[in-house]
Design a protein around this ligand. Structure first.
Ligand code: SF4
Ligand code: SF4
Length: 56
């Protein structure tokens, strides 16, 4: 499973997109979204998110 954003918790800060080593996260309309084809489940974004808005 790729990383998944819990939209209700995401504030669109963009930290996860900056941290992702595979460029798998884009922040559109103040909510992050993950491209499951690019995500390798490294969990960098899970640890980086200040709101606990990403799970794997
Ligand atoms: S780091 Fe968390 S709160 Fe910030 S854009 Fe990513 S998922 Fe949303
Ligand atoms: S788990 Fe890793 S590869 Fe997948 S979106 Fe998060 S930082 Fe990017």
């Amino acid at each position: 499973m790729a990383a998944r954003v819990i939209k209700a918790l995401c504030i669109g800060c963009g930290v996860c997109a900056q941290m992702c080593p595979h460029g798998a996260i884009a922040v559109l309309v103040k909510t992050a979204s993950v491209d499951s084809m690019l995500c390798d489940e490294c969990e960098e974004c899970v640890f980086a998110c200040p709101n606990g808005a990403i799970t794997i």
